[in-house]
Ligand binder design. Structure first.
Ligand code: ATP
Ligand code: MG
Length: 511
């Protein structure tokens, strides 16, 4: 037989096979095809020296995206992207870098202690033609790991753990940090509806730029770092891996800035929880479950968020205590009252949120409360163990001023510093006000002008404080004199055989 004849016969055999395959695909019922496929795969598995593990993208009854799948994806993107022939590119980190991941149906190999492992990324499209609302869930994506049977134990016991751990580390390195806020529960349902909305977290605050006494700042920083490295320690002492911080102090002393600095120091996400939009305790729990680890959950102005005394106060009459308020504050107050009314979150619900059994899910979470009025809070809410660390954010001290001078004017010392130090010791001014005075308002304003501006503002504040103190002293003196006179009066009346009862005087006989 000549070569040409051999080729001709091979060609017709191939064509015949393709025809049979096409007929099989077209006329053989789909259910039967699946059946045949399943059994042929089982047959192959019986004789093949390899075994495989499948990692689906969506798992569980509620079809959540699997963390393991995400970790494998990150691991393979970092370790095998150079070897895959087809890659997908995703933009990460504010469009500054590109993350390469394996494209569908690509195969790469990995080496683990000399063992060759093969990974394939697979996407199966649904074969039925029915219309679906959720196409992403219908197409099945998964990673297939294939390795020789003789390594089964080492792969199952060590390699998979290694992949997940490394993959998670890669995700942390590449991830964009997020600032979340809770959606009102009426928007929680429907395709792609989530309980939290997010934007990229880009606050520039850091502990270096935070104005406060150096010793206190270092203490907080060390506390945070110790917490973030404390996984084993918390497991050893049998405590959930979380920590509560209470930041209190007057407005403008840097409470919110401190939260941003904490998130930047630890590379955590921030969940800004607006309690007034949470309807009840069960919603609060659902929100908690949806938060991820490595995050800070923040409840700002906890004293205003809700009536958390455990008992709801009766609503005040509409005009009571509203008098003398401008229309904007009146409206704001009405809105606040309205949202407080619509929220049924109770103190015990919030306590459960912080340290109930549910709060342990996820781990590595920090809870921060801020308030301007620490004395208004229920002691149960802020006892140690719940709010482990209480941090007072106070008025600007000289050390804090020096940080601000460095931030705003790039100076470490100046002859006017001594005067400012004296003034700061005598006067209360928030870091926000100090910063505002130090910020040059035009190109002509040099550091000396800004420092003088601050001195003028401090002197003004001192004068005002002195006047207020004087006024208060006078008022107190007046009050004391009034009380003294009243006492004298009542003494006189008693001497004359009368006792006083408001406006009417009664003789002893008539009592
Ligand atoms: N300790 C600080 N260090 C650096 N900047 C500060 C500090 N305190 C205040 N600032 C500046 O003042 C601004 C207001 O501060 P911030 O919002 O953190 O205050 P706050 O204590 O959260 O106030 P509020 O109680 O009203 O929420 C910030 O944008 C920041 O620029
Ligand atoms: Mg604030």
């Amino acid at each position: 037989m000549s070569v040409v004849e051999i080729y001709t016969q091979l060609g017709s055999a191939m064509a015949g096979l393709m025809f049979v395959w096409a007929m099989y695909e077209r006329y053989f019922p789909y259910q039967l095809q699946a059946y045949v496929q399943r059994y042929s795969q089982k047959l192959v598995a019986l004789v093949s020296p390899y075994f495989q593990i499948i990692f689906d993208e969506y798992t569980g009854e509620d079809l959540r995206r699997s963390d393991v799948y995400a970790a494998i994806q990150s691991y393979l993107s970092a370790n095998s992207s150079m070897r895959a022939k087809k890659l997908k590119a995703d933009v990460v980190k504010d469009s500054k870098s590109v993350l390469l991941t394996m494209d569908d149906h690509e195969e790469v190999t990995d080496d683990f202690n000399g063992i060759k492992v093969s990974w394939t990324s697979i996407k199966n499209n649904p074969k039925n033609n029915s219309y679906t609302f959720y196409p992403e869930l219908d197409e099945r994506r998964y990673f297939k790991l294939i390795v020789h049977r003789r390594y089964r134990e080492i792969i199952v016991k060590s390699y998979i753990d290694h992949v997940i751990k490394e993959g998670k580390a890669v995700s942390v390195k590449n991830r964009q940090r997020k600032l979340y806020t809770n959606n009102p529960s009426k928007n929680w349902y429907g395709w792609r509806a989530t309980k939290w909305s997010h934007v990229v977290f880009e606050h520039p605050a850091s502990f270096d730029t935070l104005a406060m006494a150096t010793k206190k700042k270092e203490e907080i920083k060390n506390d945070l770092i110790k917490f973030s490295k404390g996984k084993n320690y918390y497991a050893k002492i049998g405590k959930a891996w979380k920590r509560g911080y209470l930041l209190y102090g007057p407005p403008g002393t840097g409470k919110s800035t401190m939260i941003a600095a904490m998130a930047n120091l630890l590379n955590y996400d921030v969940y800004d929880l607006e309690l007034t939009t949470v309807k009840d305790n069960s919603e609060l729990r659902k929100l908690l479950i949806e938060t991820t680890g490595k995050s800070i959950i923040v409840i700002e102005d906890i004293d205003c968020s809700l009536d958390l005394t455990g008992q709801r106060k009766p609503k005040k009459g509409k005009d009571e205590d509203d008098e003398g308020k401008d229309p904007i504050s009146k409206k704001k107050k009405e809105e606040e009252e309205e949202s407080k009314k619509s929220s049924e979150v109770t103190l015990s619900g919030l306590l459960n949120f912080i340290d109930g059994i549910w709060s342990a899910c996820g781990g590595e979470r920090i809870i921060v409360f801020t308030t301007n009025y620490v004395e208004k809070l229920d002691p149960a809410l802020i006892r140690r163990g719940r709010m482990d660390k209480h941090i007072e954010m106070s008025y600007c001290c000289f050390e804090a001023f020096k940080v601000l001078a460095q931030n705003y004017l790039d100076i470490e010392s100046h002859e006017l510093f001594a005067k400012i130090q004296n003034l700061l010791e005598e006067t209360k001014m928030t870091p926000a006000d100090v910063a505002e005075n130090l910020m040059p308002k035009s190109e002509n304003e040099d550091e000396e002008t800004c420092l003088k501006k601050l001195i003028a503002a401090l002197e003004e504040a001192r004068k005002k404080a002195e006047e207020e103190a004087k006024l208060k002293a006078e008022q107190e003196k007046e009050k004391a004199t009034e009380e003294e006179e009243k006492e004298k009066e009542s003494g006189k009346i008693k001497e004359n055989g009368f006792i006083s009862n408001g406006n009417c005087k009664l003789s002893e006989d008539s009592v």
